[in-house]
Design a protein around this ligand. Structure first.
Ligand SMILES: Cc1cc2nc3c(=O)[nH]c(=O)nc-3n(C[C@H](O)[C@H](O)[C@H](O)COP(=O)(O)O)c2cc1C
Length: 343
């Protein structure tokens, strides 16, 4: 796997990674990405078809717990049954305020696998596929590689990096704690490690021999250069593109990224059950169990209604630690600036 350009557009599911953003990024020679989380396999196939001629575009898939070799099924079930009911109760005042119904626990627990099998089948048509949230079994890697796909895994620790390479990863995305959105910790019950990105890059560089890209808090050309000095083949930038013209970032998210000048972001499980980094809001005062995707299913009506009403109090406002540096304008200009090609 080769990276011919210093920038990768990090996958950002839930809107920001639009097909327009992938096209714009790929048009510069950098790598665009589609985010498959929350999308059906059929939609993703259609999205990829519409960008396939644009240049290099990868597709990112969330690994459900049932397909994740890093999950202990017994421990994971205990968490779910004990704590989801209490969490649903705590959400009721938010639902009432917004006039929405919450799913029952049964509804929230249905279809936890999503259409994983259909996505893996479709993925054999995509040249670059990356996995987040876990490590599928070696058979998934072998199947994709036999059909010519290059397979990447997002890792947040040295141990995860080693395991991913042992399972056959062609490349890694090394994600530091500075990253906006979800941390890709493989064991959903684990407390995410707090080793800063540069330190993590150096440690991963010592133990793996596949190429890796760096993600987390990278928002300036100087930082892009720095991660390359630490062994990264490219910088994977998410937050830096959230305000670009082509990103599908929703209006309340866009507004708050520009309005909230505190510079403060925080980690929470409240939006999905997985740990994510967001601007700080009221919903984040609640504790949520480590139960993805059930927590996500329970909070969807609240997050969606709040976003529609431009109410920043109870929708996710994902942002990396460097969000104050995010620029507006065409994505291609931002990518060229980050790559050091233009002032
Ligand atoms: C709005 C948003 C959505 C994200 N969605 C995904 C996703 O679907 N898949 C994924 O692997 N990472 C996702 N991430 C994490 C990014 O891929 C990347 O690791 C992160 O943005 C890097 O940190 P930065 O935001 O400081 O650049 C998301 C990040 C953000 C900000």
């Amino acid at each position: 796997m080769e990276f011919h350009h210093p920038i990768v557009a990090a996958p950002m599911a839930g809107g920001p990674s639009s097909t327009a953003l992938a096209r714009a990024v790929a048009s510069t020679g950098a790598m665009g990405f589609l985010g498959g989380g929350g999308k059906s396999a059929a939609q993703l196939v259609e999205d990829y078809r519409s960008v396939a001629d644009a240049g290099r575009v990868g597709v990112n898939l969330f690994v459900p717990d049932a397909a994740n070799t890093a999950v202990d099924p017994v421990a994971s079930r205990a968490q779910r049954t004990e704590k989801l009911a209490a969490f649903r109760e705590k959400l009721l005042p938010f639902a009432q305020r917004l006039g929405v119904e919450l799913p029952t626990l049964e509804e929230a627990g249905a279809n936890v696998l999503g259409d994983w099998d259909a996505k893996i089948k479709a993925a054999s048509q995509w040249p670059i596929v990356s996995f987040t949230f876990g490590l599928p079994g070696p058979a998934v890697f072998e199947g994709l590689q036999e059909s010519g796909s290059q397979v990447g895994v997002t890792v947040t620790s040295v141990v995860e990096a080693r395991n991913a390479v042992d399972h056959g990863a062609d490349f890694l995305v090394v994600q530091g704690p500075e990253a906006g959105g979800h941390r890709s910790v493989h064991d959903p019950l684990a407390v995410p490690e707090d080793i800063p990105l540069l330190e993590l890059l150096a440690a991963v560089d010592d133990v793996v021999d596949v190429p890796f890209v760096a993600a987390g808090g990278i928002v300036t050309p100087e930082q892009v250069h720095e991660v390359q000095e630490y062994g990264a083949a490219a910088a994977s930038v998410g937050t830096a593109l959230l305000l670009s013209d082509e990103a599908g970032t929703n209006p309340v998210h866009r507004h708050m990224l520009q309005e909230d000048r505190s510079g403060t972001t925080r980690l929470t499980r409240v939006f999905s059950g997985r740990v994510s980094r967001s601007l700080v809001n009221e919903l984040m005062e609640l504790d949520a169990p480590a139960a993805y995707p059930e927590v996500n299913a329970l909070t969807v009506p609240i997050k969606r209604a709040a976003a529609q009403l431009m109410d920043p109090r109870s929708t996710h406002l994902f942002a990396g630690t460097g969000y104050l540096h995010a620029r507006t304008g065409p994505a291609a200009d931002i990518v060229r600036w980050l790559a050091g090609e233009e002032a």
